[in-house]
Ligand binder design. Structure first.
Ligand code: SF4
Length: 169
């Protein structure tokens, strides 16, 4: 896990997430800086991205990668029902190539039902991850020790942890 996950400073392009209550909970505030757990970056790219081949993690890639570019409608919550999906505004297929939701689903070889199940799991993982970070802050765990602290917690309760689902499914 530690070979591919690190605690890094939130990149400037994601700073707008701090105003989003769903995403802000997974950032760790320490010494006036926001940190996040993420796959390692090498030369500006995710370490799992193999040039010319794509993601080395395949089906084990993080949930947040599996659901891209879909999300639940802003202001709503994923539920057991057939909740509506929206497409992230940064998606090139939707914004530049004008592909429809169905065309994008087909391109990824997936379905709305599958995406909804993954989004439900992701929502739960985001909440539990946020709770874990709150506890770390209460215990004054510095960012450089955060990953070790989280991994230790997971090893104590492996079945209860959603960390694997959030970063590596
Ligand atoms: S799909 Fe996710 S884990 Fe895989 S290379 Fe892209 S960002 Fe990295």
């Amino acid at each position: 896990m530690k070979k591919i996950v690190e605690v890094g400073e939130i990149p400037k392009i994601y700073l707008h997430h701090l105003s989003d209550p769903e995403m802000s909970k997974i950032y760790y505030f320490w010494g006036n800086v926001h940190y996040r757990l993420q796959t390692r970056f090498v030369n500006g790219s995710c370490i799992a991205l193999i040039p010319g081949k794509g993601c080395a993690l395949n089906d084990s890639r993080p949930l947040i990668c599996k659901v891209w570019p879909f999300w639940w409608i802003s202001g709503s919550k994923p539920s057991a029902d057939n909740f509506p999906l929206e497409i992230n505004g940064d998606c090139t297929m939707a914004t530049c190539w004008n592909m429809t939701e169905d065309e994008i689903l087909k391109e990824f070889g997936t379905s709305k039902d599958t995406i909804r199940k993954l989004l439900l799991a992701l929502n739960r993982a985001l909440n539990e991850h946020g709770e874990m970070l709150k506890e770390a802050a209460k215990r004054n765990i510095p960012p450089e020790k955060l990953l070790d602290w989280i991994l230790k917690k997971i090893l104590q309760n492996p079945l209860e942890s959603t960390f694997n689902k959030l970063f590596i499914s």
